[in-house]
Ligand binder design. Sequence first.
Ligand code: IMP
Length: 423
Amino acid sequence: MNTIAVIGLLWGDEGKGKIVDLLGEGADIIIRYQGGTNAGHTVYHNGSPLVLHLIPSGIFNKKVICVIGNGCVIDLDSLDKEIKLLEKEGIEVRGRLFISKRAHVTFPFHIFEDKKSEKEKGPKNLGTTSRGIGPTYVDKSARIGVQIVDFLYPDELESKLRVKFDSKRGMAEQYSVASIIDGSLPIAESLKEYFIDAVHYINVKINEGKKVLFEGAQGTLLDIDLGTYPYVTSSNPTVGGICTGTGVPASKIKNVIGVTKAYATRVGKGPFPTEFEEKFQEQFRTDASEFGATTGRPRKCGWFDAFAIKYACMVNGIQSIAVTKLDCLSGIRKIKICVGYRVRNEKQLESFPVHQQLLSEAVPVYEEFDGWSEDIRGVRSEKDLPAAALDYLKALECILNVRVVLVSTGPGREDTIVREELW
Ligand code: IMP
């Protein structure tokens, strides 16, 4: 099997960074296929946490090549800072990181627009990460976006930006074509050696038999097409996003691993049916350190939503999942798994709701399981798990009809139970 995709199953923050980091040990190339600096992957390097927003977490592994695919949107300033941070940590980036010339560019005015629209929408805002993601994808779809390749043709870049400025009223006072070019061109010049035709590159490497890992950002329920619209991001974190975001055909995506925590979390706006009661939630959030890696916002926490995850497994064709943060459930007497939704006391819904009003009215139907009191943080072998924890994993497998192939019991790379070799 020479390609694996790692995909979040709910609303992001599933712990994909660690799984990518782990699987990256067996990979030759890791490629990100969507999103931008809205993602935040925390990786523990030399014992301390380091957050990456754009560069795949595989960069910590010396023998791995990292690629940022055409489906991503790139804030050059952030990228430059991330490269410098890694170099300061002694990690060689040059010659190991490549950026698709087809990727679109997030400019300061996109960030400005994102923040402005979040303020204007007031209570109805989406709770975005304010990283300019939506506005960059809007420009891409409106065909007035700037791609990385445009920096190789500065004259055309200027005329492209003029078209954009002409079509955007209200931006002129804040920014000018000249200020945007002055701010971005020198950074792009200094990063030129990273820019490649990534579609050609990745297909050639797969044909040569190289092992390629596709790294998803955000999660299935934040997918612009298949998620909880409008409370979604503006790209496709689901498996289809790999084809459009890297140029690799579906027939070459061999194994798709879904990642979920042993419970559920959500940041930003939008319904969250299995949310814990307030008092329990506050304590749980603190104990489990559930605060956003990108924005620091507190994450809403809740019970494992197997009904939503079944939907995610269906749209991604997932048969194997990685369960992260199992250790955070230690000490809870009874643990619940949501197996369905009921709305207005009617019979259980057959499929995951399309309308957000329906989702907001969904009352979870739970199955209850015994918890365990043992501290399982750092457990590396299945035989060291309490029987109740094993039963919980077994229940997830039965309800979802998938195999739990990896279990994470702590933030460190070694705090993992590997039940199946994946490469
Ligand atoms: P945007 O991607 O910044 O436009 O935000 C749109 C929605 O996606 C908001 O609800 C964000 O909180 C959410 N979101 C975006 N990126 C992430 C992520 O990496 N983890 C969790 N939620 C995210």
